[in-house]
Ligand binder design. Structure first.
Ligand code: FEO
Length: 392
């Protein structure tokens, strides 16, 4: 339990046990499930934690308040990483009423079979806790359709749930001035690209809606609480919701026998010659979570991969599918790769990405077998061309 400001406490937990978030995304440094208590004359718990950590959570809650004095349980979001301790919390809190959105009400029933003592809140509704008020704003599809945020208007704290959240447990401190916030900043981008990016247009709407609120502290449901520099994470979300990318390049390559791999350094050379920052990742050895994150971050993307079974290298196919599922738009992309006989893979990949309005830089550098000196020169030019375009 930690105090955030007068009357607001952190009662979240760290999870170092789950290896894959949503069964998909790696958690090499864990993740936190942040829950909060707001204590005025009345007391509210905001969100819970994943059920596996319920005992630790309940202990922290009890350090702040006797359970019978809890009047409200506010559910900003019903995804079970935030709601699955609800039943156990309710068993201890006979006087508590659930506050949630209309869509969340149906989820409370379908997930937990709870139909009583549920109050559906409206957009902009306030809850008076005596010495302060909480205000509720709907932000549907950031990340599920029932999602809302809660705002403490006296302390100007926004409990933003998944928005502004990140991977990485809160192992050293819970505030941005207690740790190196850069580590969490990168993990915020990865979390966004993996979890929320599909709904980016709703993030934009939510950012517009919340833009008039004075905010001193951002208290998300995962990762750091931003009290020193909330503007930094707000700016990141503003940029990201506009699909703004860095004027830099990521090269993602895969190779079966080293022929495609031989080209990579030449492409890198071309990018560097244009004075542009470059990141290099490997389809086979970097998890898609990171490929997705870097594809969101960089304006220029260069994909190198061989033909496999008459189409793109399998890991590349999954990546291309993911770009469509996550609806990543407005990137500049180039291709290189080896084939032995059919040679259709690069064209197939390019056609796939055209659907997303990516600018395809021609020519597609497909070559038979090993690359020639001539091809390597073209590869360097490709790197330079994409870098120049990314800079613009
Ligand atoms: Fe962290 Fe969408 O739950």
């Amino acid at each position: 339990m930690k105090k955030i400001v007068s009357g607001i406490y952190y009662v979240g937990v760290n999870d170092y046990e789950t290896d894959l978030f949503e069964g998909l995304w790696p958690l090499p440094e864990g993740v936190s499930y942040n829950s909060y208590i707001v204590k005025g004359e009345k007391t509210a718990v905001i969100d819970t934690v994943k059920i596996h950590f319920v005992d630790e959570f309940l202990k922290k809650v009890e350090e702040v308040t006797p359970f019978e004095e809890i009047d409200y349980i506010i559910l900003n979001h019903l995804e079970p990483d935030h709601s699955s301790s609800l039943v156990r919390l309710l068993e201890k809190t006979p006087n508590a009423k659930i506050y949630c959105s209309k869509k969340a009400q149906g989820m409370v029933e379908s997930l937990y079979r709870i139909t009583e003592k549920v109050h559906v809140v409206e957009e902009g509704e306030t809850l008076n806790l005596g010495d302060r008020e909480l205000v509720f704003y709907m932000d549907p599809l950031v990340h599920w359709p029932e999602t809302m945020v809660t705002y403490d208007s006296r302390e100007q704290v926004l409990f933003s749930c998944d928005a502004f959240g990140s991977y990485k447990a809160l192992d050293v401190g819970i505030f941005d001035d207690e740790v190196n916030p850069d580590d969490y900043y990168e993990e915020t981008i990865r979390y966004f690209s993996n979890i929320v990016a599909k709904y980016v247009k709703y993030v934009k709407k939510a950012m517009e809606k919340l833009s008039g609120l004075p905010i001193k502290i951002i208290a998300p449901a995962h990762g750091l609480i931003w009290r020193k520099d909330p503007g930094r994470i707000i700016k990141l979300y503003e940029d990201i919701s506009e699909r703004k990318a860095n004027p830099s390049v990521v090269i993602i390559w895969g190779s079966m026998y080293g022929n495609t791999k031989q080209v990579v350094n030449h492409v890198v050379e071309g990018v560097k010659e244009a004075g542009v920052e470059v990141t290099v990742l490997d389809f086979s050895r970097h998890d898609l979570s990171y490929l997705l994150k870097e594809s969101w971050k960089n304006k220029g993307i260069i994909l190198g991969f061989p033909t496999y079974d008459g189409g793109p290298f399998l890991k590349t196919s999954y990546y291309l599918h993911l770009m469509k599922r996550k609806n990543l738009r407005d990137r500049i992309v180039g291709f290189f790769g080896s084939s032995m006989w059919s040679g259709r893979a690069l064209k197939q990949a390019a056609d796939d990405l055209r659907e997303l309005d990516w600018e395809i830089v021609e020519p597609l550098l497909e070559f038979k077998g090993a690359p020639t000196e001539e091809l390597l020169k073209h590869a360097k030019e490709l790197g330079k061309t994409i870098a120049e375009k990314a800079k613009q």
